[in-house]
Design a protein around this ligand. Sequence first.
Ligand SMILES: CC(C)(COP(=O)(O)OP(=O)(O)OC[C@H]1O[C@@H](n2cnc3c(N)ncnc32)[C@H](O)[C@@H]1OP(=O)(O)O)[C@@H](O)C(=O)NCCC(=O)NCCS
Length: 195
Amino acid sequence: MRVPVTMREARADDALFLLGIWQDALRMADAQEQLGDLETIIGAADASPDQRLLVAECGSEPVGAVYVRATTFGPLNLEPTVQIFAPHVVPSFRRRGVGRMLMEAAVAFAEERGIRTIAAAASAGGRDGNRFLARIGLGAQAVMRVAPTAVVRSRLNVLGRALPHARLQRGPKQSSAVGELLAARRSQRRSHTVA
Ligand SMILES: CC(C)(COP(=O)(O)OP(=O)(O)OC[C@H]1O[C@@H](n2cnc3c(N)ncnc32)[C@H](O)[C@@H]1OP(=O)(O)O)[C@@H](O)C(=O)NCCC(=O)NCCS
């Protein structure tokens, strides 16, 4: 059964509701810090014409939210794009059209600006989110891979030890080995040119 839902911009006192539904979307920190983040996000969205943080309400009860921003597809691809983050409906109101209304509001935001591309991300294992986004026409374009910096650093170090050229670039002994290698290559190239 569809429910009568209205959409409004988030206010500072929505932070607690948003904390409840966006737990997974926020940085890992204690609740107080996360609340602080949400207050910052609400304030920034309120102050910027290029961002909107929308709350869906049934009566006066908040039942869902979404954050949208007008930007480019990425730092290199400057196609104007509306990015949609974390559309979420509280479990007891799902499959009643609230999610569709959140996405409609995001699409209207793009249309108002003449922006022709919409992008949204869903976690790889989130079946509901992926089905929902696929149903409204959003195809999968990229896989975002994430790891702690320290993990990537240690993997790079392991990789570096396995690569011969990296071994050659360490310490005075190795740099003389690099010099020898380069000299050998130069003389090889010279003999090719002469021949
Ligand atoms: C995904 C989510 C926002 C959908 O909200 P909703 O209010 O249930 O969606 P709607 O009722 O507007 O559904 C619109 C259509 O989307 C499709 N849809 C929605 N949820 C779906 C699901 N779990 N599986 C398959 N299709 C789904 C259906 O076609 C549905 O129409 P129908 O109910 O007439 O069949 C909601 O399930 C949710 O908050 N999930 C947890 C958070 C999440 O995954 N967010 C998405 C991250 S990108």
